[in-house]
Write a protein that binds this ligand. Structure first.
Ligand SMILES: Cc1cc2nc3c(=O)[nH]c(=O)nc-3n(C[C@H](O)[C@H](O)[C@H](O)COP(=O)(O)OP(=O)(O)OC[C@H]3O[C@@H](n4cnc5c(N)ncnc54)[C@H](O)[C@@H]3O)c2cc1C
Length: 428
């Protein structure tokens, strides 16, 4: 089968490790077979190896080929819906548990980077930037909420002058700095995690798409050229699973978001945009996110394409957004553009659960997945090891199909997004 390369991106061009792994061409056995080598799969593998399980990861393309190797690289704490909204759904006691977990994914990432000496341009500090008073009010609420759940000593509200000292743009009226957030080269993080999996005896096969999962006491996972008999399976294909497990399709929708990267900026220009080298995301419903790369390019992302159709001209969509934030970049060349898919759920909370006795899944973190997927890996490893409390909390989150069914969910969601975008523009 022909090999599937990484999408052409700044990340692929600056990847630390370009060696291709072998394809599965055999029938083998393992304790846990993981489908997908993104952060969910790799974090699961690392945590399972630590617990003494043998692990085999099957990746349809390359390690980090999906969202994990294409994202904005922003380490954002909590979930795509915040702890209070979760508490509203699950009650105070379970809500408290989510509060404890909301800051763990970021810690796991930093621990993995330190432990395995992963070179991925880690920088500390992330900013939520407010465009209007209503958004600033949300940030004040978020600070109080996160501190109530123990996230102390990391957060700082920024007034107009404060945000001006960390983002060289006229767009924002204030913000919230999370010093424990930060940013990374996402593909190099995934590649470093994959090397750590292999260093601990885990096996990763690339260009090995799973075509069938045979359920049973010892499920068998089939690729075109081989098979894996396992005691447990973890499904970690997220937005790229393409209906492999039909039960997982109905309540989630793949969505695209696009990223552009400038040529390297001179030191003075780079420091004028982001003087502290923090990453930034705004507070709009369809948000913009940006940061500097290790070699001082501006990486700028935004937009959502419901249903994940690939847009024809990414630069035409994202460059105007970048220039609205930083008009001073009008003569700067864009060197890379790419798109990637994340998986949206109606509640924006992840879909976590078990099929039969031994097939586990986590998907659909709806945008903010860099930290959550690392937490998910630990929770999935723990449940396989017999500790189910935190898995059960996630599995208890209710999920509903998108309005409009399979045919109309894309236009319905676009109308919903238009409504919220208008509210953002009007500040209501
Ligand atoms: C452009 C973009 C920007 C983003 N920016 C941010 C950000 O700045 N901060 C943030 O928190 N989140 C961000 N996200 C979201 C975040 O990247 C994702 O939530 C996260 O990476 C999902 O990880 P995952 O491992 O679950 O899925 P993925 O990384 O998508 O990995 C799934 C893997 O499974 C493989 N696979 C699928 N089906 C099969 C099969 N049948 N057999 C074998 N393998 C299979 C795929 O090839 C893929 O490699 C962004 C997403 C995108 C697309």
């Amino acid at each position: 089968m022909p090999s599937v390369p990484h999408t052409e991106s700044y990340y692929a061009a600056s990847a630390n490790d370009k060696v291709e792994r072998t394809q599965l061409n055999d029938n083998i056995e393992t304790d846990v077979c993981i489908i997908g080598a993104g952060y969910t799969g790799l974090s699961s593998a690392l945590h399972l190896l630590e617990l003494g399980y043998s692990v085999t990861v099957l990746e349809a393309a390359r390690v980090g080929w999906g969202a994990s190797g294409r994202n904005g690289g922003q380490i954002v704490n909590s979930f795509s819906r915040d702890i209070d909204s979760i508490e509203h759904t699950v009650g105070k006691e379970t809500g408290q548990l989510f509060g404890e977990m909301a800051f763990e994914g970021g810690r796991i990432i930093k621990e993995l980077i330190a432990k395995h000496e992963i070179q991925c341009d880690l920088k500390d500090g992330g900013v939520f930037a407010a465009i209007n008073k209503k958004q600033m009010g949300h940030l004040e609420h978020q600070k109080a909420l996160w501190e109530k759940h123990g996230h102390l000593g990391h957060l700082e509200l920024l007034d107009e002058q404060g945000i001006g000292s960390v983002v060289g743009s006229e767009r924002y009226i204030g913000g919230l700095l999370d010093k424990s957030g930060g940013h990374i080269h996402p593909l190099n993080l995934a590649l470093g995690e994959a090397q750590a999996v292999e260093a601990q005896g885990g096996k990763i096969y690339e260009n090995s798409a799973v075509v069938k999962v045979e359920q049973g006491d010892n499920p068998t996972i089939h690729t075109a050229q081989g098979s894996v008999k396992a005691k447990f399976v973890i499904v970690a294909g997220n937005a790229y699973l393409n209906g492999l497990i039909p039960e997982l399709q109905a309540k989630s929708m793949p969505c695209g978001t696009q990223v552009i990267t400038t040529e390297p900026l001179n030191d003075e220009l780079a420091a004028s945009l982001l003087p502290q080298d923090y990453c930034v995301e705004d507070c709009n419903y369809l948000l913009d996110y940006f940061r500097l790369s290790g070699d001082k390019r501006l990486i700028y992302g935004g937009g959502v394409v419901y249903g994940a159709r690939d847009p024809a001209d990414i630069e035409a969509i994202i460059r105007p957004k970048m220039l609205e934030t930083f008009p001073q970049l009008k003569d700067v060349k864009i060197e890379y553009t790419w798109t990637g898919n994340f998986l949206l759920t109606l509640s924006r909370l992840p879909q976590v659960g078990r099929i039969g006795d031994n097939i586990y899944y986590s998907q659909g973190c709806s945008g903010h997945g860099v930290t959550y997927t690392h937490l998910a890996g630990k929770i999935l490893a723990d449940v396989i090891h017999g500790q189910a409390t935190r898995f059960d909390a996630f599995a208890s989150l209710p999920h509903y199909p998108f309005p409009g069914g399979h045919i109309l969910q894309v236009p319905f969601s676009a109308v919903g997004a238009w409504y919220y975008t208008m509210r953002d523009k009007l500040g209501i």
